[in-house]
Write a protein that binds this ligand. Structure first.
Ligand code: GSH
Length: 328
């Protein structure tokens, strides 16, 4: 586990679920602070270049997970490097370690904690220290820490660097589908992606009831859409699917138990369960999913919810089984 007594780590980090609760006990997620854009032509001041940008991610985090999936689907593995933080989120925030599988020390900035990287970029920054965090090695700054924007940059601004023509042709936010994708994101984010957190971090029955009702209404709505469409907008995968997938893949192993989202599991919805397996089986996706990081992070880090940090034994998800969604 990340140590508490490090010299560089003397101030505690404000963790979002501890600090962001309104007067009715409802969890309110803070806006991301770093919102610069990388562009292919460099007009934004951040030009897309090979080996210039670095992602700091947690394999446990659904928001960071989005960026790893898009990086992989677009074939940008050799262009954008990344570091996986310790799955344990301690009072000093995300830490670097080489003592746990898939985690590594920070070889880009030589820091012990992610908060030092934010401080390097802006010494006055006092907001949340979150992953994903997209770092520019050239200007030594955080470019962006908002996953929904990072995935759009990876989707459109690194075209010349994609490994294969198919990866270059893949467009997760095509012009003609933008209104539909934006429409889906506008309710899937509050009801489902952030909805699970609103259930888990609720500090009143009222706040939980409201969040859990919205969550399962949202899941029912998605289940219905997926009864006639392979993906949310039709036959092709879009960013709306990537964004939904990272929540669904954590649902039965964590949210159902830890965040009390237990009206149903994803395996109980026939379309949603087939859809999760369909996306999981797309080449490049499965190796971004790590249930050990996912389970240990939530169950061990959130001691306000799970005081003894006991990680439950299951369930074991059969993600490789046939889904037949290609027949839709
Ligand atoms: N809006 C952000 C949210 C990122 C976020 O909240 N990440 C969580 C991990 S799942 C985090 O780093 N939390 C650290 C903390 O709250 O201290 C995004 O989508 O990129």
């Amino acid at each position: 586990m990340a140590s508490d007594g490090n010299d560089t780590a003397d101030t505690n980090v404000k963790q979002s679920w501890r600090s962001s609760v309104d007067s009715k006990g409802a969890f309110v997620r803070k806006e991301s602070a770093f919102r610069n854009w990388i562009t292919a032509d460099g007009s934004s001041g951040f030009k897309s270049e090979a080996n210039r940008y670095h992602l700091y991610v947690s394999l446990a985090c659904p928001w960071a997970h989005r960026t790893l999936i898009v990086r992989s689907l677009k074939g940008l593995e050799d262009i954008i490097s990344f570091t996986v933080v310790d799955w344990f989120l301690d009072k000093n925030g995300w830490a670097f370690t080489d003592q746990k599988p898939k985690c590594s020390l920070d070889t880009v900035n030589n820091c012990s904690y992610l908060k030092e990287i934010y401080a390097k970029s802006d010494p006055t920054y006092s907001g949340n220290i979150t992953v994903p965090c997209l770092w520019d090695k050239k200007t030594q700054t955080v470019v962006n820490n908002e996953s929904s924007e990072i995935i759009r940059m990876l989707n459109s601004e690194f075209q010349e660097f994609c490994k294969t023509p198919e990866q270059e042709a893949l467009n997760l936010y095509p012009e003609d589908l933008r209104p539909e994708i934006d429409g889906l994101n506008s309710w899937i984010y509050p009801q489902i992606n952030n909805g699970v957190y609103r259930c888990g971090f609720a500090k009143s029955q009222e706040a939980y009831d409201e969040a859990v009702t919205g969550l399962f209404d949202g899941l029912d709505k998605v289940e219905d859409i997926l009864s006639s469409k392979r993906y949310l907008t039709g036959p092709n995968l879009t960013e709306a699917d990537v964004r939904l997938f990272t929540t669904l893949i954590r649902f039965d192993t964590v949210y159902h138990t830890h965040f009390k989202t237990n009206k149903k599991r994803i395996v109980d919805y026939s379309n949603l369960w087939g859809y999760v397996r369909d996306i999981y089986q797309i080449p490049g996706v499965a190796n971004t999913v790590d249930q050990e990081h996912i389970m240990k992070h939530y169950y061990v880090s959130h001691t306000t919810i799970n005081p003894y940090s006991i990680v439950p034994v299951g369930p074991q998800l059969e993600l490789h089984t046939q889904h037949n969604r290609d027949k839709l």
